[in-house]
Design a protein around this ligand. Structure first.
Ligand code: DGL
Length: 272
C-alpha cells in the first residue's frame, strides 16, 4: 500500500478525541494519527499569531507522519488559523495535504435545527473574540441572531479529568445563565472539549434546546466529504491503525483517553 495516507486529527489537547470517537465509529476502516498539544493547552487564551504558529507545527508533524487529510478538530484553531493554513501555509510549504476545520459543519447543522433563528454558542475566549462563528453563520443566513459565551474555565477542568467536580457544575451553571433570557432554541458546543461534557450541559439546559455537538456530526460530514472526493478516499490507507501522540504524554492522557474511547490507547511523545 505504498503511497497511501492516514487521516490526521489535531486538537490542542484532549477535546479532539470526542470528534475522533465519532469518526472511528462511522469510519473505522481508515488509519488515523491523533495529535494533542497537551503541553501547551489551552489555546483558547492565546493570541491569533501563537495559535497559527502552533497549528503550523502540528500540520508539519502530521504531514511527516504521512497524513494526507488533516482535520483541525479544534474550534479555536479552526477560527484563528484554518484559513491561512489552507490558503497560504499548506500550498506554499507542503502541497498535497487537505486540511478541514470543524466550524462550518456545526453551523450547517444549527441552521437546519433552529426554528426561531436564535443560536447560542459556547466556546473558548479566542473563538468568541475571533467572531468566526458569528461571521460564518451570518454569511450563510444574515437573519440569524447569534449569542456567544466564552467559557474559559471548562477546558482546564476537562484536561485535568475533573468532569464531575463541583467546580465544573458551578462553571457550567454560570456560563449557561448568560444565555438565559436570549430565547435561543439551538446551542452549538463550539469547542471540541465540550463534547465530553455534553450530558452535563444537556442536564442543565433541558430537552427544549437542540444541542449541536461536533462529536456527533463531524463523522457524517467527513463521510460525505470522502464520498464527494473519491480521489482522496482512494488515497487513504485502510488498515484500521490508530496512533496517538501528545506533546506531554502523561498517564492522565493515556488513562482518560482509553476510558473515553473505550479502547486501551498507547500515547507517544510528539516533538513539535
Ligand atoms: N478543543 C479546543 C476547541 O475546540 C480548544 C481548547 C483550548 O482552549 O485549547 O476550541
Amino acid at each position: 500500500m505504498a503511497g497511501k495516507k492516514s487521516i490526521g486529527i489535531f486538537d490542542s489537547g484532549f477535546g479532539g478525541l470526542s470528534v475522533m470517537k465519532g469518526i472511528l465509529k462511522e469510519l473505522p476502516q481508515y488509519d488515523y494519527v491523533y495529535l494533542g498539544d497537551t503541553a501547551r493547552v489551552p489555546y483558547g487564551t492565546r493570541s491569533k499569531n501563537t495559535i497559527y504558529r502552533f497549528t503550523r507545527q502540528a500540520v508539519d508533524f502530521l504531514s511527516q507522519k504521512n497524513c494526507g487529510l488533516i482535520i483541525l478538530a479544534c474550534n479555536t484553531v479552526s477560527s484563528e488559523a484554518l484559513w491561512k493554513i489552507q490558503h497560504e501555509y499548506v500550498p506554499q510549504k507542503h502541497g498535497g495535504e487537505k486540511v478541514l476545520g470543524v466550524l462550518i459543519p456545526a453551523i450547517e447543522e444549527a441552521l437546519k435545527k433552529t426554528k426561531n433563528g436564535k443560536i447560542g454558542i459556547m466556546a473558548t475566549n479566542a473563538t468568541v473574540k475571533s467572531k468566526a462563528f458569528f461571521k460564518k453563520t451570518k454569511k450563510i443566513d444574515s437573519r440569524m441572531k447569534i449569542f456567544q459565551v466564552a467559557c474559559p474555565a471548562l477546558v482546564p477542568l476537562i484536561e485535568a479529568g475533573r468532569y464531575n467536580s463541583p467546580e465544573m457544575d458551578e462553571a457550567l451553571r454560570k456560563y449557561l445563565k448568560l444565555l438565559s433570557g436570549k430565547e435561543i432554541d439551538t446551542l452549538i458546543l463550539g469547542c471540541t472539549h465540550y463534547g465530553i461534557i455534553e450530558g452535563k450541559i444537556r442536564k442543565i439546559i433541558g430537552q427544549r434546546l437542540s444541542v449541536i455537538s461536533q462529536s456527533k456530526i463531524i463523522a457524517g460530514k467527513l463521510k460525505n466529504y470522502l464520498d464527494r472526493h473519491p480521489e482522496i478516499e482512494k488515497s487513504l490507507r485502510k488498515n484500521k491503525r490508530r496512533v496517538f501522540y501528545s506533546t506531554d504524554p502523561t498517564d492522565n492522557f493515556g488513562n482518560l483517553g482509553s476510558k473515553f474511547l473505550g479502547e486501551k490507547i498507547k500515547v507517544q511523545k510528539a516533538l513539535l
